[in-house]
Write a protein that binds this ligand. Structure first.
Ligand code: DGY
Length: 436
């Protein structure tokens, strides 16, 4: 295991950009800083280089906008290996966007709060780490305030995402239902991702038309949140995204209590938290499916599909014990057969399942890391361990890939890792699992 850990450390060192102080997810395919990648990468660094873990978060927060928003990609460098780049996204259209960095005008799952708590947990010099946390925690709080003020039009305690790229689960089959409600123009553009990675592992051209069209609508209105809430054809309450926010609320409460003072912020966080958890349980749990699902706020209808996001609320302590137990049964029944690695990103029993294609089926290490921690928290130690062992095994067999085939028999020749190789969060989170 020591050898695997050392290899993981080499991956992280290789993707670190010392001039600016951040990590790329992987070379060529993702040559900039991504929001949730950065957060999860910091957890890996914290185990052997706390200075870099802190720098990763500082650089990310340095790109925060004047309204608290944190973008999903920060374009620190010029690179022509990625599309769509800064000239397409045009973050400068928003009056409060960063003057220092070009970025996208969309965000990603708000992992930063719980990442700060992870840094504190891992730290061997708690005093120094707490000092660091004091310098950044208000920015994360400000980010949560942005979400509750701007992304919750019906005041439910559940925030929306307005783009599939905000979900992190970019081409999930869940979005197919939304694509059916839209008819975007045929764009002419040059894909770059499919020059680095086999096209069968990436979204289709027609899917990209939808992705670009939603951005164009937002740009027409200078990325105004109000206009987006009114007009975007994609407006979804996502269980993974909201679970990350809730988990991060909890962490901010704990950290503010450790830091002291800040009674107002703690009280506000608790108010958000209570409402969010209640609505989450009332609105996003589907009895028939036996787990949490997405809600299409634009078309006012539940999106009744099982995915790995359906189980992510375990990580944020959202379900009751009884509910958690029945969710775990559903997970084991549909995703946990003896010929499958845990945990496929989409329902393996669905017609839309594709075990090779990005978020339409493959196993992802970040979701596995959350599931592992969630399952452990609820006392499902055997299943938690299986998730951990499966994660280690697929990396040992294939390398530090971005995602992996969920079918065990595909792993016999070491070619069941897909997407980018030497992928930062796969390395970072394996370091954390191995240090358990
Ligand atoms: C991509 O380009 O596929 C990214 O995941 C967008 O965030």
């Amino acid at each position: 295991m020591e050898e695997l850990k050392n290899k993981a450390i080499e991956v992280l060192k290789g993707n670190w950009k010392d001039e600016v102080g951040f990590s790329i997810p992987c070379a060529n395919l993702y040559p900039f800083q991504w929001f949730w990648d950065s957060g999860l990468i910091a957890i890996g660094f914290a185990h052997f280089d706390m200075h870099k873990a802190e720098a990763e978060i500082e650089t990310l927060l340095d790109a925060q906008w004047g309204n608290g928003f944190i973008p999903h990609i920060i374009f620190h460098t010029e690179s022509d290996t990625y599309f769509p780049g800064p000239d397409f996204h045009r973050s400068d259209l928003h009056p409060l966007s960063s003057k220092k960095y070009k970025s996208t005008g969309m965000t990603q799952p708000p992992v930063t709060g719980f990442v700060l708590e992870e840094l504190y947990r891992i730290s061997t010099d708690k005093k120094a780490t707490l000092k660091f946390l004091e310098t950044v925690i208000d920015k994360v709080y400000f980010n949560h305030e942005y979400f509750y003020k701007n992304r919750d039009p019906q005041n439910e305690g559940l925030v929306y995402i307005y783009h599939n790229w905000e979900s992190g689960t970019d081409n999930s089959p869940i979005w197919d239902d939304i694509w059916e409600t839209m008819n975007p123009p045929e764009y002419t553009f040059e894909r770059r991702d499919t020059t680095h990675v086999d096209a069968s592992e990436r979204p289709s051209k027609r899917e990209y038309d939808h992705y670009l069209y939603i951005i164009d609508i937002a740009k027409e209105h200078n990325y105004s949140d109000e206009k987006i809430a009114e007009l975007s054809p994609f407006l979804v309450q996502d269980p993974l995204f909201n679970a990350m926010l809730i988990k991060s609320n909890e962490s901010l409460i704990k950290l503010y209590e450790l830091i002291g003072d800040n009674a107002d912020k703690i009280a506000q966080l608790k108010t958000w938290q209570e409402k969010s958890i209640q609505s989450f349980n009332n609105k996003l749990f589907d009895d028939e499916i036996g787990a949490y699902i997405h809600y299409d706020l634009r078309n006012e209808k539940p999106l009744k599909y099982l995915s790995s996001s359906s189980f992510s609320p375990l990580f944020a302590n959202i379900p009751s014990k009884e509910r958690a137990a029945s969710m775990v049964n559903v997970m084991m029944e549909k995703f946990g057969g003896e010929h499958q690695y845990l945990c496929a990103s989409f329902d393996p029993t669905s017609e839309r399942f594709n075990p090779k294609k990005y978020w339409r089926g493959p196993v992802w290490i970040n979701l596995n890391w959350m599931l592992y921690n969630g399952l452990k928290q609820y006392g499902f130690l055997d299943i938690a361990n299986r998730v951990k062992q499966d994660s280690i095994e697929i990396i040992e067999k294939n390398g530090f890939y971005e995602y992996f085939d969920s079918r065990k028999d595909m792993h016999n020749h070491g070619k069941a890792g897909y997407g980018g190789n030497n992928f930062s969060w796969s390395a970072a989170l394996i370091i954390d699992l191995l240090n358990e």
